[in-house]
Design a protein. Structure first.
Lengths: 486, 302
């Protein structure tokens, strides 16, 4: 490569860098990030509401596929959103760091020289005072009011409000810190969810989770070794509106596993904390407890099956799959905590607590399709290769004989969904956010201004307020009155 | 006293405040309407008709007193609502609206004291009456307890900061809109009579900027307080929930507005449009996302 060429590449690199770190670019990127965030609030997002995304795919298959190619359903982790975010990050650093260094250098600098002609400046006036002592008295006053003073032979140049730039820089640097915090959390954190029936034990290993994701640089061995046993869960609801009023989860927690367990209470706004790891109460529902026997009366299955709530009154649906029976048997069920019925809706729940429970079952026989390799939801049954044997509504304790065997509705137990999150970056973000506000306050509420006094044929005074900040006029009048001894 | 009684008291206070605001409305309207006076008996050109606010000074003062009284009654209504529910009164859209109207009136009274903006009285009182009217007719819900996720001191902090910011943002929007309107009017000729008392375009321009610069830190704080609360309730401090997304968009829009003014030097029409745009993202968040949006912030009670 020739030297000229090399110069060119270096030159164009520098040009690109200068463009990228110009303030206009940063602001445009910032605005772009605002606009780029909009589609995520208009279309359902996979990481927030996968069910609604699926619904969107069923409703508009063609459009959905097209939108999916543009990452419209994963806006905030899409390549284009990340690109804007990264460019903004680089642009901010490239633009704010040099300014900070400049500012640190000028921290002890003196105000610039008094301009030659004060007449043109703001609030110019002539002071009727004794020339010989004017500068001394003015200097004493200005220093007492925290101005930086530059005293020359026959003039004073004073400035106040350097904090404005300090605050401004602090604000912009804090934005970088927030972005760092977000990045650290994304790369080194973990987040998982687990549904646990009351009475069951959760051991913090990857296999205990229903869903679990780690940051790019975080391994599976990093989970803190605690174990929880869910002792009880109580939910209180408003009698008229069914709105939840209180959820209380009591667990026995041992950290590490095997140490003496401690009773702990988890509430919605009060997670249980181990170091950076927080354990949140996220959702709750019911698991009906059933017993299934085969034709000859042998026990095939007994246990609590997690059902998913469908409405505010916890009408819940779920599935029971018994691949070991022959032929294979599956149940599609609805659990209704407080039974009610209407012509239009059929059976439904009218209150979220269990007052009059029912279990509605439809029984299917055939191939459950579990060995096809396609992942299946545990809450739904693929009935494409099955035949319905019957339909039955059970009250507590009742059994139903469906020919190939029988099922008994023994009871129910509440379940809780725990969200377990480790975000090592959040403290940086919090610190950044706090500093950002302090910086913002300092920069928006500091008035930067200069005052000059010049002694020549007469004593003149004038000033300059940055961004037209108010108050300078009064300040100059006070100084003038003082010099004129009014 | 039972919770229902407190709720009735709150409703009475709010109805009374509306009556008082209506009086304030008439007082301000009379102040403007009757200040017209012909200086010459042979009126030829419109410019000889003058606004003489000394004639209607009394009416203006009545307007201001009624605004203060209305503010106090509304404050009482909001507090009583909180007492009846046994929590801070920010649990649903009805409550957001009455508190928002309170913040808006408070912002106006503050600006009145600080910048002498009685000319804003009429548009402000109209906006307050509309908000309260919508609140009690469409948005009203019975006083009740909070869902568990809202039981947090951060709710009080976050929502109060957000509502106060909203009140001031909207006031800044009123000023910016007035600027744009008068700017167009002035291009065609002198201002109409009623607008003569309103200060110069430059003052309006500065005023809307001051208001935004004054609350931008508070809005920033509101967003951060929301993030802290979300961290304790939902296990993440930022999740791009629609409400959060639009709060961010509002923040970005106002940051752009401040940059446009402070660092690029925009003034006047362009700045006013940008201010209106930023304010409308706030309104969009309040109305659209609360009512039609999904996400975890669906506490509108509708
Ligand atoms: C390259 C990047 C940036 C540069 C060089 C820059 C520079 C500046 C400057 C010079 C000011 C005016 C300070 C003054 O004159 O007193 C300012 C203010 C401000 N900046 Fe930035 N900025 C950048 C990016 C950002 C970003 C990404 C944000 C994010 C929101 C932001 C938010 C603000 C805010 C809110 C103010 C208002 C403070 C005031 O009015 O004084 N800036 N910035």
């Amino acid at each position: 490569m020739s030297a000229v060429n090399e110069l060119n590449t270096r030159g164009s690199f520098r040009w690109i860098w200068r463009q990228l770190t110009s303030m206009r670019t940063a602001i445009i990127l910032l605005l772009l990030m605002g606009f780029a965030a909009i589609p995520g609030s208009l279309f359902p997002q996979r990481n927030q509401n996968p069910m609604r995304v699926q619904q969107y795919f069923t409703d508009n298959p063609g459009l959905a596929k097209f939108l999916d190619r543009l990452s419209i359903f994963d806006v905030y982790s899409s390549p284009w959103f990340s690109a804007i975010y990264l460019l903004l990050f680089i642009s901010l650093i490239g633009c704010v760091l040099p300014r900070t260094i400049d500012h640190l250098r000028t921290l002890r600098a003196v105000p610039p020289l008094t301009p030659k002609y004060l007449e043109k400046m703001e609030f110019y006036s002539v002071v009727a005072t004794d020339k010989s002592s004017a500068l001394d008295r003015a200097e004493a006053y200005l220093r007492a009011s925290h101005f930086r003073v530059r005293r020359e032979e026959s003039s004073i140049s004073a400035e106040k409000g350097y904090i404005r730039e300090s605050g401004n820089l602090l604000f912009h640097l804090s934005l970088i810190l927030i972005l760092v915090g977000v990045g650290v959390g994304g790369l080194l954190g973990m987040k998982g969810e687990a549904i646990i029936n009351v009475g069951d034990r959760f051991i913090n290993t990857p296999t205990s989770y229903d869903s679990l994701s780690f940051g790019k640089f975080q391994g599976e061995g990093s989970l803190p070794p605690f174990a929880l046993t869910v002792k009880s869960f109580t939910a209180k609801y408003d009698l008229q509106t069914s709105a939840p009023m209180d959820y209380t989860l009591t667990v026995e927690a041992a950290n590490p596993v095997g140490s003496a367990p401690k009773t702990q209470v988890i509430k919605v706004n009060h997670p249980l904390t181990y170091g950076n790891t927080n354990i949140y109460l996220q959702a709750n529902g019911y698991s009906p407890v059933v017993t299934v026997r085969n034709k000859s009366g042998d026990l095939v299955f007994k246990g609590a099956v997690v059902f998913l709530p469908q409405d505010g009154n916890l009408t819940s649906i779920g599935a029971i799959k018994l691949p070991d029976m022959s032929p294979q048997i599956g149940f599609v069920g609805s659990f209704i905590p407080t039974y009610d019925r209407s012509k239009s809706r059929g059976a439904f729940s009218s209150f979220p607590e269990v007052l009059d429970p029912r279990l509605l079952l439809s029984v299917w026989e055939g191939n459950l399709g579990l060995d096809t390799g396609n992942p299946q939801s545990v809450y739904r049954l693929d009935t494409s290769k099955m035949k319905r044997l019957g339909l039955k509504q059970l009250v507590l304790g009742e059994s139903y004989d469906f020919g190939e065997g029988s099922i008994t509705f023994n009871g129910y137990t509440p379940w809780v969904n725990l969200q377990i999150v480790d975000d090592p970056g959040k403290l940086y973000s919090l610190l950044g956010a706090t500093l950002a506000i302090l910086g913002l306050l300092a920069s928006l509420f500091t008035r930067q201004r200069r005052i000059w006094i010049k002694v020549g044929d007469r004593v003149e005074i004038a000033g300059l307020a940055k961004n037209g900040a108010p108050g300078l006029e009064v300040e100059i009048r006070v100084l003038k009155n003082l010099l004129e001894e009014k | 006293m039972t919770s229902a009684n407190w709720a009735y008291l709150s409703n009475y206070a709010i109805y009374s405040s509306m009556v008082v605001f209506t009086i304030a409305f008439f007082a301000h309207a009379i102040e403007v309407a009757f200040s017209l006076r012909n200086t010459d008996s042979d009126v030829e050109s419109a410019s000889t008709t003058k606004f003489d606010f000394t004639r209607t000074e009394k009416s203006g003062r009545i307007g201001t007193s009624m605004m203060i009284l209305g503010f106090i009654l509304l404050l009482a209504g909001v507090i009583l609502r909180g007492v009846s529910a046994g929590r801070v009164p920010w649990g649903n859209m009805y409550e957001f609206s009455i508190t928002g109207a309170l913040a808006f009136t408070g912002a106006y009274l503050f600006a009145l004291w600080k910048f002498k903006v009685r000319w804003l009285g009429l548009p402000v009182v109209i906006a307050v009456l509309l908000t309260l009217g919508t609140a009690i007719t469409i948005l009203y819900v019975k006083s009740g307890p909070l869902v568990p996720a809202l039981k947090s001191t951060w709710l009080a902090i976050h929502v109060s900061a957000a509502i106060v910011s909203g009140g001031v943002f909207l006031l800044a929007n009123c000023v910016a809109a007035l600027y744009l309107y008068l700017d167009r009017v002035e291009m065609r000729g002198p201002r109409p009579k009623w607008a003569e008392r309103i200060p110069s375009l430059e003052t309006l321009d500065q005023l809307s900027y001051r208001l935004v610069a004054f609350v931008f830190p508070l809005w920033t704080f509101a967003v951060i307080a929301g993030a802290i609360w979300a961290e304790s309730a939902w296990g993440r401090y930022w999740g791009w929930d629609p409400k959060e997304t639009w709060a961010f968009i509002t923040w970005v829009a106002y940051a752009a507005y401040l940059h446009a003014r402070v660092t690029i030097g925009w003034r006047g029409r362009r700045a006013a449009w940008l201010c209106l745009f930023a304010g409308s993202t706030f309104l969009f968040n309040y109305i659209y996302v609360n009512i039609y949006g999904s996400g975890r912030h669906t506490y509108s009670g509708l």
